[in-house]
Design a protein around this ligand. Structure first.
Ligand code: PEP
Ligand code: MN
Length: 231
């Protein structure tokens, strides 16, 4: 909790627009840390109140939609649930925005169809997220497909953001790929940060140190301006 409050304060100061934290974590291994559940949601809400940052958090099943809606400002659908159509439909009946992450083996068309499952139930507040796909390349956790940003923007009117943290899995690659994402036309980037990455219960290797997060925000500015957007 202290880690999140400190991280939240630091991010707010550095210029972050929203705070993303997982209370329900979809882990590849059932033995990995699964998140704190509702307690995690309460902590997230507290940090939001303390920092003024709106919150985004993942929902992994239909039965959790209401409790997440109670505590968070926006829902995240993770890569592993991008084609959980019942979950998408349930979120389509909610009012809060939804960040929809691309499945690791999903085509751009698949992403758009999943967004359609949400929109067709009435909720069109959808943000699409490129977070890397599975390829034969072992040097990164996933292969960040920045051409997907162009395709998604060409084929829909939805905002598109990029997650270079899961997209690369390597802390030092996050900044250059975040800059590249903005250059490619992304509407935002979503990066993982931790006060002490070595102690992170999830994804420490790709989490930025606080100073790196602040540096990223600064280094992004010229790319944002060059892309014709306001920084
Ligand atoms: C996450 O955002 O922490 C996450 C689990 O990402 P993804 O669903 O893209 O793997
Ligand atoms: Mn993660």
């Amino acid at each position: 909790k202290e880690a999140l409050i400190n991280a939240g304060r630091m991010m707010k100061e550095a210029g972050a627009h929203a705070l993303r934290g997982g209370a329900f974590k979809p882990r590849t291994s059932p033995y990995s840390f699964q998140g704190l559940g509702e307690e995690g949601l309460r902590i997230l809400a507290e940090v939001s109140a303390a920092t003024g940052l709106p919150t985004l958090t993942e929902v992994v099943e239909v039965g959790d939609v209401d409790v997440v809606a109670k505590h968070a400002d926006a829902f995240q659908v993770g890569a592993r649930n991008m084609q959980n159509f019942r979950l998408l439909q349930a979120l389509g009946r909610q009012e809060k925005p939804i960040l929809l992450k691309r499945g690791m083996s999903a085509t751009v068309e698949d992403v758009l169809m999943s967004a359609e499952y949400i929109a067709s139930e009435g909720n069109s507040r959808i943000i699409l997220c490129e977070r890397g796909i599975r390829t034969f390349e072992p040097g990164t956790r996933n292969t960040l497909d920045l051409s997907a940003v162009c395709q998604l923007k060409a084929k829909s009117h939805l905002p598109v953001v990029v997650d270079p943290s899961h997209g690369t899995g390597v802390r030092d690659y996050v900044l250059p790929m975040a800059c590249a994402a903005v250059a490619a036309g992304a509407d935002g980037v979503l990066v993982e940060t931790h006060i002490r990455p070595a102690e992170a219960l999830s994804d420490g290797a790709q989490s930025l140190f606080p100073a790196q997060f602040a540096a990223l925000i600064e280094r992004l500015r010229p790319f944002i301006l060059a892309a014709g957007r306001e920084a």
